[in-house]
Design a protein around this ligand. Structure first.
Ligand code: ATP
Ligand code: LTN
Length: 337
């Protein structure tokens, strides 16, 4: 381990402050964050710098960033133990990203599938930030000398490039960065769209029935599951040949901490309608307490403002340490302050 003075191993993760978070975000990332938070020194960031790679309405961005920060807490992350903060409050993210840009190759970035997907979706605005998005993500992680990064499956390629950049930098300058490992939950790492179960469930899906949002009420959740696309086999198995049913079972297992075998046994001889009803109830059971806590937190402005300030300062303190070290290594003059 390099440069870690926290005593515990360090964990870093983040989510984009865009729109409302989905069942995919929750099961693929947030739920695991909560289970890992005692074991590690944790930094959970609201990555608002990443959000502006797609054009945003400023007032909406500000509100969704604050909502996301409150959702982290509502989902069970204790802000006294976990450093929950805004990326834009710690300038080290952008400063380190610039340096790392100079150690990243165009060819590497051109291979990123997220860049290809997002530039196809936003053909009118393929900006340089979208292209160098993974470098900022690498800076996020390396700035905190993170040992472990819990993310969903779609982020694996970004974690690989982060490790490559860190190893390249270390090969030139010595042991500067900790090389991070990915942490992925066994179930729920890739929740699929309810309408097109071969596609990942996404925040930005145009079909409102494809995605469950953490803010959906019980009736909406039930209605969306009832409309979920399945197949005509009429038999509940956990198989790639039945992607719709497999996705429903994955959601059920992630919500109830069951194994797929256990769930298949539980639904043996029962119909798709019953499965859908049970999955919807399992999701509601998980979402309800989070929604209630979110509502409570959103009424306590002073408490949330205090957390933002305190944790932003703490993150800034740790970030500066790495940044100063890196600046010295690459040959910048010593800082005046
Ligand atoms: P978009 O769908 O607009 O691309 P996103 O939903 O991927 O955005 P992010 O903020 O980029 O949102 O992702 C936050 C975290 O949620 C990441 O760790 C990501 O891997 C995870 N995640 C996102 N979608 C899913 C999904 N369908 N299943 C499991 N995990 C997911
Ligand atoms: N791009 C990521 C969000 C993200 C992230 C990070 C995740 C930005 N910086 C650092 C883990 C670690 C995503 O999930 N789409």
């Amino acid at each position: 381990m390099t440069g870690n003075t926290y005593g515990k191993k360090v964990l870093f993760s983040g989510m984009q402050a865009t729109g409302t978070i989905t069942l995919g975000n929750y099961l693929g990332a947030l739920k695991n964050w909560v289970t890992l938070s005692d074991e590690y020194e944790c930094f959970y960031c609201v990555v608002d710098l990443h959000s502006i790679t797609i054009r945003q309405d400023p007032a909406k961005l500000r509100q969704s960033a604050r909502n996301l920060l409150m959702l982290y807490i509502a989902a069970g992350l204790d802000p006294k133990k976990n450093c929950i903060y805004y990326q834009s409050h710690v300038s080290g993210h952008a400063e380190l990203a610039w340096i790392l840009n100079c150690y990243t190759y165009m060819g590497e970035l051109q291979r990123m599938t997220q860049f290809k997907d997002k530039s196809a979706k936003h053909a009118e605005n393929i900006n340089a930030g979208l292209f160098t998005y993974p470098v900022l993500l690498a800076a996020d992680i390396l700035l905190f000398q993170a040992d472990v990064v819990p993310v969903g499956k779609d982020q694996l390629q970004h974690l690989e490039i982060t490790r490559d950049i860190a190893q390249r930098f270390n090969a030139i300058y010595g042991d500067v960065f900790t090389i991070p490992e990915v942490h992925m939950g066994k179930i729920g790492a890739k929740i699929m769209s309810l309408q097109e179960p071969m596609k990942k469930m996404s925040k930005s899906d145009e079909n409102a029935n494809a995605t469950i949002y953490l803010t959906d009420d019980g009736d909406t959740i039930l209605r969306k599951f009832k409309r979920a696309v399945t197949d005509s086999e009429g038999c509940i198995r956990y198989s790639r040949e039945q992607p719709g049913i497999k996705n429903l079972l994955d959601i059920y297992c992630a919500c109830t901490d069951q194994t797929p075998e256990g769930a298949v046994a539980e639904f043996e001889g029962r119909g798709y309608g019953e499965l859908k009803q049970a999955v919807a109830e399992s999701v509601m059971g998980i979402f309800r307490p989070v929604q209630e806590e979110f509502l409570r937190l959103s009424k306590d402005k002073a408490y949330i403002d205090g957390i933002i300030k305190e944790n932003g300062e703490k993150a800034d303190y740790f970030a500066r340490k790495t940044l100063r070290k890196v600046q010295k290594k690459v040959g910048f003059p010593e800082r005046i302050r």
